[in-house]
Design a protein around this ligand. Structure first.
Ligand SMILES: Nc1nc2c(c(=O)[nH]1)N[C@H]1C(S)=C(S)[C@@H](COP(=O)(O)O)O[C@H]1N2
Ligand SMILES: [Mo]
Length: 222
């Protein structure tokens, strides 16, 4: 028995030192539902597999606990609201195929599924003078979009990508799918939404990137 323990400790040390994967990895905070399988083609279009999608977030991957997670909406609303992860999943969902175009020149195409922001805004009740919406993330990232754009395009907060629950590196629990805008508008790990009546410049916008961020339009400036 003793010898057995020593052997196990030796193996643990060996695997820790070499980084080899002989022992099972410690489980991540997020539970992966084993019955999900990744969609590769949607509406006749070949999707980029999750493993081929890049991850260059400002502070690396964020790990959010789905049980303590809350999405809050505040600012110019009739009543500030917050949602649990399960509450978000219970709303009617929308799926979209969309290409994320990073301003650096790379892109990927995916099927996103999630809840329209309008559904959540209706719960909070948006004040009449509201014009802009700020999205805050757990890594300190932020960005903003015009309210009209979000409503007209029926923009969603996605909790699935290619029919897989968003992995932590893809933005679990929510990524904004800011269609036709540059990638820096696709906030990942969104925790707070603030409704306001003035323009706001987020992380990359303050560094000089366009706040309009229309794909095909100028990358820098207003
Ligand atoms: N919270 C957060 N969201 C973010 C970012 C980030 O650093 N933090 N990077 C943005 C940028 S610049 C791009 S192009 C897209 C996709 O980047 P990804 O490849 O890191 O997912 O996520 C956006 N959302
Ligand atoms: Mo980007």
């Amino acid at each position: 028995m003793k010898r057995c323990n020593i052997v196990i400790i030796f193996l643990l040390l060996l695997s820790a030192a070499s980084g080899c994967a002989t022992l099972p990895e410690t489980p991540k905070i997020q539970e992966t539902s084993g019955n999900e399988s990744e969609t590769t083609v949607y509406e006749g279009i070949k999707l980029t597999s999750i493993s081929e999608q890049r991850n260059n977030a400002i502070k690396g991957t964020q790990f959010i606990d789905k049980y303590t997670y809350r999405l809050r909406i505040s600012g110019l609303v009739d009543r500030p609201v917050e949602f649990t992860y399960d509450q978000l999943l219970a709303y009617p969902n929308v799926s979209k195929i969309d290409r994320l175009n990073c301003v650096e020149g790379w892109s990927f195409i995916a099927k996103w599924t999630g809840v329209p922001v309008k559904t959540l805004f209706d719960e909070a009740g948006i004040k009449e003078n509201a014009t802009n919406v700020i999205f805050y993330s757990s890594d300190g990232y932020s960005t903003s979009l015009e309210l009209d754009y979000l409503l007209e395009k029926n923009i969603i907060l996605a909790y699935k990508i290619n029919d897989i629950t968003l992995p932590p590196e893809r933005g679990f629990p929510l990524q904004l799918v800011a269609e036709d805008k540059y990638g820096y508008k696709y906030a990942k790990w969104v925790t707070d939404i603030e409704i306001t009546d003035e323009p706001y410049r987020g992380y990359w916008e303050r560094a000089g990137y366009s706040n309009k961020a229309d794909v095909g339009g100028p990358a820098f400036g207003d």
